[in-house]
Ligand binder design. Structure first.
Ligand SMILES: [Zn+2]
Length: 385
């Protein structure tokens, strides 16, 4: 359910949208510039005479930036193909500087699967680095300095990607492996919390290091690790809480919706009374769908008394009273519906569930959990030994 904002779609693969996160777009020109400046040293390290290389240093900088882009893509592709092969569903692939995410509809249920899924990315990068190093070595004797330099640089980039992503800085791959290792012992929520603290520690370290060495990459990376670790810890906790709460406890109870035969003018009054932007549509207590205030307003004012709700209503997904909150929230996201119709065992309307209901319920239940934990701790401390 993780949504990656600030990403640009650049294509699709087997129907899965491939997007580029703006962090990567931001870093590419920066990288081209920095590498353009470090060109001479890079040529030295690669043992290639600089005067033998074509083109301007900035041209090479740009080439390296594109090479990094391709390397990140291959790395993400490895995660995605592995997930698909294991029967997972991937909603989108986002290329980003760190913690590139192949968005799964649902995280792998078993810790071992998550660890393996996290591991295939860095392993692919390292394998690619090995192949490119071999190619560099193979080309070295032939005098094709440009090819040798390109292979050398791509090998270095992939080595960096592989090693860097293996650092246990959640939500990077290494951090996911750490979480999977911990999850067996302490459960998913606690393991995510610990991994997230470690991840944020790394982020602070990178940030300070980046400041001290005037390295803008490290600072950008630090920022994204910090935000990612925090966001994912919150999400895992939300999931754990919502899985324990039934839809009946979260919903807004209501037995009547807007009648399917009501006029649009009457529906508009309902919206004003209820102070909602979407309401269920019912026929003698049976839920039929939902009606949104925009759909009603889209009809010219003069026609609203003549036309009926059935003309503008839309289907709405249904949830059962005893379902858990997480399932309901997922259905809302998957069906793209802001409103769920909650029905009882007889199929009659019992209530509605909106994101606002879930948020209010979540705060309530998390506060209650925290209080219970505090009380339990105090009880243990105060109990005479
Ligand atoms: Zn990865």
């Amino acid at each position: 359910m993780r949504e990656t904002r600030g990403a640009l779609q650049v294509g699709s693969l087997r129907g899965i949208p491939v997007r580029v996160h703006f962090s990567l777009l931001l870093v590419l020109p920066l990288l081209a510039y920095v590498f353009g400046g470090a060109f001479r040293r890079a040529a030295e390290v690669a043992a290639v005479p600089e005067e033998q290389l074509w083109g301007a240093p900035w041209g090479w900088g740009l080439g390296v930036a594109v090479g990094l882009f391709a390397s990140v893509f291959v790395h993400e592709l490895a995660h995605t193909l592995y997930a698909l092969a294991r029967g997972g569903q991937v909603r989108s692939i986002t290329l980003m500087m760190v913690g590139g995410v192949s968005e799964l509809s649902e995280a792998p249920p078993r810790a071992r699967d998550e660890a393996l899924m996290a591991l295939v990315g860095p392993l692919t990068s390292l394998a690619l680095a090995g192949l490119l190093a071999l190619a560099t070595w193979g080309v070295a004797g032939t005098g094709s300095f440009n090819l040798q330099f390109a292979c050398f640089y791509l090998a270095s980039l992939n080595l960096f990607l592989g090693v860097f992503n293996l650092l246990p800085a959640f939500p990077m791959d290494g951090g996911r492996i750490l979480r999977a290792l911990l999850a067996g012992r302490m459960g998913m929520v606690r393991a995510t919390q610990v991994a997230s603290v470690v991840g944020r520690g790394f982020a602070l370290l990178f940030g300070v290091w980046g400041l001290a060495t005037f390295n803008p990459f490290l600072m950008v990376i630090a920022f994204f690790i910090f935000m990612g670790a925090d966001g994912e810890a919150k999400q895992v906790r939300m999931k754990a809480t919502l899985e324990k709460v039934r839809v009946a406890e979260l919903m807004t109870p209501r037995w009547m919706g807007v009648d399917v035969g009501a006029s649009l003018e009457e529906a508009l009054w309902e919206f004003r009374v209820e102070r909602r932007t979407a309401l269920p549509v019912t026929e003698e207590g049976r839920p039929l769908g939902r009606v949104a205030v925009e759909a009603v307003r889209a009809v010219p004012a003069g026609e609203r008394t003549r036309r009926q709700v059935r003309e503008v209503m839309r289907p709405a997904p249904v949830a059962r009273l005893e379902e858990d909150g997480w399932q309901a929230l997922r259905r809302m996201a998957e069906e793209g519906s802001p409103l769920l119709l909650v029905v009882d065992a007889d199929g009659r309307l019992a209530g509605t569930l909106e994101v606002g209901d879930v948020e209010r319920g979540l705060t309530l239940f998390q506060n209650r959990e925290e209080r219970a934990e505090r009380d339990a701790r105090r009880w243990r401390e105060e109990r005479p030994a």
